[in-house]
Design a protein around this ligand. Structure first.
Ligand code: AGP
Length: 607
């Protein structure tokens, strides 16, 4: 989704803005722009398309000035075009605004501003913000922005410069991410930390409705009543290299190769001796005993991790679990009560649908435990308990390593709850912990064998439609495999429970249809083999993913990719990697932009 940056300091703003915007490219965008203040005038350069086009434009004639804002736009209101790109200027040229989010009452505000003589040039909701601030500005930019955000409904992260303010600019946020970077003789704003990590590691994380005044040597934060707010500095301790490609062709490949490490980072520190110790989760045994139900709520890949979570929590802890897509959960008036626990899963911690589902759950009295990757994100801050996944920055739009760590976190939770409730034996508890600890090594082996998948992809990348089938946890895995393939290779794909295929979808299987089939559940091997035979009988080509010791599958599938032997219960953490590799190589063969697939955004901050 849209990315915002802002700079004030003693250097020329444009190169810093463009460099920071590059670090936000992963969020997804279709146009880009910058606005720079120089000598009482605001110079805007913006255009449809990739940042390289903007770069060429500013290289030809670099706007001078040491205060500026920049933006990458992911179109919501109005098509991608030069005119709809941000920054937006007020008619007088006094105010320039960049915005991430959606102004829900923009029609109403637009009518009012038009009645005041403002002329709208773009189709965006953002333009009302520029005109509104212009209308409210009477010499105090903080006051004008504060008054504006009190009139705006919806979500926003805003960066605002004003032609009369040669020593400051202002930012604000609600429901869209924004951080402030504190430098020496310079200060920054950005939608996400990687954008400014090259310049500073000292960050203010903004709360909803906070307004920030940035000057070269100072940053002041106010609430929406204009009262100063004291902020704590958050020190970023991860390496700049963590957000760089480090020699890999794509972030996605780099991030898959990081899976063994990040699983270790997520699991090992939480194992003390023979026990799981979940720091920051303060749910007592008594509270667990009294739980009525667990809801797992998330979107996309995180939702698919939740589907695995349902299987394992029910199996181990014997607590009923409902898993729901966040955008549906919020509006279906779920029967959540104060006797329920809601587990929220999110890599970014900023997904708006998920954040709103969290708030809905809290409103209904439930306790909220979140599994989040980004420290200090909105979801982390608003949850009662947080279990961080230590996946590090995930830049490729297609989530890979975050999913493996989300699963790791869910296994830790399921095992911890089950053991504390006395629903599993100590020996079993210890053996699964040992198995979890062995996962990184097993994924190393899968990554070491990726050529088999690469070769298969080189032979089948022209497939028009691919089906994923699986039973039990392999069904949950199929959902994720299918999503991964769709989002980066643009090949139509569907995931089905193996047993469900014959109830309709098998009609689509014909000579040459590709079927991908994970088979890692020991108790379901025979049944899944029957499903493979059913599709083979109708001409399908089957790629199976199974454990090394499972020799039967080779007799029915066309190609078999093996993973090291692993307990069926935790097999998804290992078996997802071949599915991610499959999507990657299919997309690569097709010449797709693997890291930045069309139409998609990394952090989905609109509903
Ligand atoms: C994953 O590959 C997707 N890009 C997407 O489905 C993502 O998982 C979803 O938008 C949720 O994001 P979150 O984990 O940051 O909340």
């Amino acid at each position: 989704m849209c990315g915002i940056v802002g700079y004030i300091g003693n250097k020329t703003a444009v190169p810093i803005l463009v460099n920071s915007l590059k670090k936000l490219e992963y969020r997804g965008y279709d146009s880009a722009g910058v606005a720079v203040l120089n000598d009482k005038s605001i110079n805007v350069v913006k255009c449809k398309g990739r940042l390289s086009i903007l770069e060429e434009k500013v290289a030809a004639d670099t706007p001078q000035g040491t205060i500026g804002i920049g933006h990458t736009r992911w179109a919501t209101h109005g098509e991608p075009s030069d005119l709809n790109s941000h920054p937006h200027l007020s008619n007088s040229g006094s105010i320039a605004v960049v915005h991430n989010g959606i102004i829900e009452n923009y029609m109403e505000l637009k009518e009012f501003l038009e009645s005041e003589g403002y002329v709208f040039l773009s189709e965006t909701d953002t333009e009302v913000v520029a005109h509104l601030i212009d209308y409210l500005y009477k010499g105090d930019l903080v006051k004008a922005v504060t008054e504006a955000i009190n009139k705006i409904e919806g979500s926003y992260a805003l960066g605002v410069i004003c032609k009369d303010c040669s020593d400051k600019f202002v930012a604000a946020r609600k429901d869209s991410p924004l951080v402030v970077g504190l430098g020496k003789d310079e200060n920054f704003i950005a939608s996400d930390i990687p954008a400014i990590l090259e310049y500073t590691r000292d960050i203010y994380i903004l709360e909803d409705r906070e307004v920030v005044l940035l000057t070269q040597n100072d940053v002041k934060v106010f609430n929406n009543y204009g009262i100063p707010v004291k902020k704590e500095v958050f020190k970023v301790n991860w390496d700049v290299a963590a957000a760089e490609k480090a020699g890999y062709e794509h972030f996605m490949m780099k991030e898959m190769c990081e899976e063994p490490k990040v699983i270790k980072d997520t699991v090992n520190p939480r194992i003390k001796g023979e026990s799981i110790v979940l720091d920051n989760i303060n749910i007592s045994r008594e509270e667990l005993m009294n739980l009525n139900k667990i809801y797992i709520v998330a979107c996309g890949t995180a939702y698919h991790a939740g589907v695995v979570g349902k299987y394992i929590i029910e199996k181990l802890a014997k607590i009923p679990v409902e898993v729901d897509v966040a955008s549906e959960f919020r509006y279906r008036d779920p029967l959540v009560t104060d006797r329920d626990l809601v587990i929220i899963i999110s890599q970014s911690g900023e997904t708006l649908d998920t954040l709103f589902a969290l708030r809905e759950s809290k409103k209904k009295g439930a306790r909220v435990l979140s599994i989040v990757n980004v420290v200090g994100s909105s979801i982390a801050r608003e949850s009662d308990d947080v279990l961080y996944t230590w996946a590090g920055p995930e830049i490729a739009v297609a989530s890979t390593k975050a999913y493996n760590t989300q699963l790791s976190a869910l296994y830790l939770i399921a095992l911890d709850f089950a053991y504390r409730l006395g629903r599993i034996e100590k020996d079993f508890y210890i053996s699964v912990i040992e198995e979890l600890k062995s996962i990184p090594q097993k994924i190393e082996a899968v990554l070491g064998n990726k050529e088999v998948i690469q070769k298969f992809a080189s032979q089948h990348y022209n497939a028009k439609s691919i089906f994923f089938i699986g039973r039990g946890l392999d069904y949950a895995l199929s959902l994720e495999g299918s999503l991964k393939l769709k989002e980066i290779s643009y090949i139509h794909s569907e995931a089905y429970a193996g047993g469900e295929l014959k109830h309709g979808t098998i009609a689509l299987i014909e000579e040459g249809t590709l079927v991908v089939c994970p088979i890692t559940q020991d108790n379901l091997v025979e049944k899944t083999i029957s499903n493979i035979k059913e599709v083979k009988a109708r001409g399908a080509i089957v790629l199976a993913i199974t454990k090394e010791s499972n020799k039967q599958v080779g007799k029915v599938a066309d190609v078999v990719v093996t993973v090291p032997d692993v307990d069926s219960l935790i097999a998804p953490i290992v078996a997802v990697t071949p599915l991610q590799l499959f999507a990657y190589y299919m997309a690569l063969q097709k010449g797709c932009d693997v890291d930045k697939p069309r139409n998609l955004a990394k952090s989905v901050t609109v509903e």
